[in-house]
Design a protein around this ligand. Sequence first.
Ligand SMILES: Nc1ncnc2c1ncn2[C@@H]1O[C@H](COP(=O)(O)OP(=O)(O)OP(=O)(O)O)[C@@H](O)[C@H]1O
Ligand SMILES: [Mg+2]
Length: 117
Amino acid sequence: MFILKHRLLENVSFSYDGRNRALDAISFKVKKGSSVALVGESGAGKSTVLRLLYRFYDLADGDGKILIDGQDIRKVTHASLRKAIGVVPQDPVLFNSSIKYNVGYVCGSLEQGPWHW
Ligand SMILES: Nc1ncnc2c1ncn2[C@@H]1O[C@H](COP(=O)(O)OP(=O)(O)OP(=O)(O)O)[C@@H](O)[C@H]1O
Ligand SMILES: [Mg+2]
């Protein structure tokens, strides 16, 4: 993860199913301009941190906060957040279709994107 803006996870807890905690009161601060690696055993919660940063899930009230440059990410739009974050997942997802379709899915309209076919 290469960080362009200050990030802060503040006492973040998260559960997918309401019973088991995937994250339990995690806090860390990341400085702008730094590169970060999340390291831990399988199931430790690395991917969950990224899913929360990307707002695939939102934290419930009382389950901590994720701040980027001091701003709670729940208050920004998904579009602006995703413009600021690039993620390369460990398990790449490919649709059973053309390369154009797969790239277009990510970039939105190919005409507006950097791609020329
Ligand atoms: N979609 C899901 N539904 C329910 N539980 C989940 C889901 N995804 C992850 N978990 C659980 O949340 C916990 C954290 O999982 P996570 O995928 O964040 O771990 P990880 O550190 O990325 O592991 P790995 O190194 O295997 O990728 C684990 O206990 C996992 O079983
Ligand atoms: Mg993972």
